[in-house]
Write a protein that binds this ligand. Structure first.
Ligand code: BTN
Length: 326
């Protein structure tokens, strides 16, 4: 993991479970003077972390600011590849834009870009994505699987299944459902959007940029008026605050697992999971594409993640891109 010394120190405190650690012990572990250790603690205090000094025992971490910095993510991380390199921003234009730059400069598989807020968050179909500061997960995961360009859309579905499982693993009383192609809903309102971009040549994918936006800790009043009826957050639905870094680590763990499953066994096991979590399959839907409006029953997805809809006259239509109303 690309942690700075200050982050390593923070990580040590996060894992210490409120046990005091002495300045001497830290100095030995980190191979630096006690003064240098103290200076790092000062910087962490400036960032909002607070430490208490217990006489003759050392320091304990007494409070943490609500941030998803690399040390916080690392304290929950159980992956082999994903999230080992974290590019963290208090504010950025869009984590997708930064990920594109990183790929141009040759970045490692599994690198993630995380921001507390985005000024130009990008949604699908060139829409704006609302990214309220410190309330959500605004993250892009860069992966470099050995696949062909036509397989890339399947990774949006792999990501959706991963996010649903990660949310479920938090053990709150919420049941996320996937709305084709890649929205995740709670009680019929959108809490997550996924935007997958690809950098590829004809004969292979160089990188996939999986952008995930999750409304985590917003209250209803945090949403702009135009979103209040259609969007929700995990905290609103679970009625409690969620630890964002823990959720990020869980998403990375599932994404790593399902990527490996996909590369070994193909799309079928992912399709089964996707259909299980889907709130679209089996329902009457109205799909508005660029050219037409299609009404019928959603019957499944194909190998390419294309939605199949059965019309009243039994004709089956394949939908590649559309807005869906259920
Ligand atoms: C959608 O339209 O549903 C997709 C929204 C994707 C939003 C995420 S937030 C992190 C990443 N950075 C962006 O600018 N967009 C994606």
């Amino acid at each position: 993991m690309n942690l700075t010394t200050k982050d390593e120190l923070l990580s040590r405190f996060l894992k210490a479970n409120n046990e005091p650690i002495s300045g001497q012990q830290l100095a030995e572990e980190f191979g630096m003077s006690r003064t240098a250790i103290w200076k790092h603690l000062q910087t962490l205090q400036e960032e909002g972390y607070t430490f208490e000094t217990i006489k003759k025992k050392g320091y304990i971490l007494t409070s943490k600011p609500d941030r998803v910095d690399p040390a916080r993510i690392s304290s929950f991380l159980k992956t082999a590849r994903l999230g080992k390199q974290v590019h963290y921003y208090d504010e950025c234009t869009s984590t997708q834009t930064i990920a594109h730059e990183l790929v141009r400069n040759g970045v490692e598989d599994g690198t993630i870009v995380v921001a507390e807020s985005q000024t130009e968050g990008k949604g699908r179909m060139a829409r704006h994505w609302e990214s309220t500061k410190g309330k959500g997960i605004w993250m892009t995961i860069i992966i470099r699987p050995k696949i062909l360009p036509h397989q890339a859309p399947q990774f949006t579905l792999i990501a959706a299944v991963s996010v649903v499982n990660a949310i479920r693993s938090l053990g709150k009383s919420i049941s996320p459902e996937i709305k084709w192609p890649n929205d995740i809903l709670l009680n019929g309102k959108k809490c997550t959007g996924i935007l997958t971009e690809m950098i590829a040549e004809m004969d292979g994918v160089q990188a996939l940029l999986i952008g995930i936006g999750i409304n985590v800790n917003q209250k209803l009043e945090d949403f702009p008026d135009e979103l209040k009826d259609i969007a929700t957050s995990l905290a609103i639905e679970a009625d409690e605050k969620i630890e964002r870094a823990e959720l990020i680590a869980a998403i990375l763990q599932y994404l790593e697992k399902y990527t490996d499953v996909y590369l070994k066994l193909g799309f079928e096991p992912i399709k089964v999971l996707w259909e299980e979590f889907s709130g679209t399959i089996g329902k009457k839907i109205k799909a508005t594409t660029l050219r037409e409006v299609i009404e019928g029953t959603a019957i499944g997805i194909t190998e390419d993640g294309v939605l199949e809809v059965k019309l009243d006259n039994n004709e089956i239509k394949r939908i590649y891109s559309a807005d869906i109303e259920i």
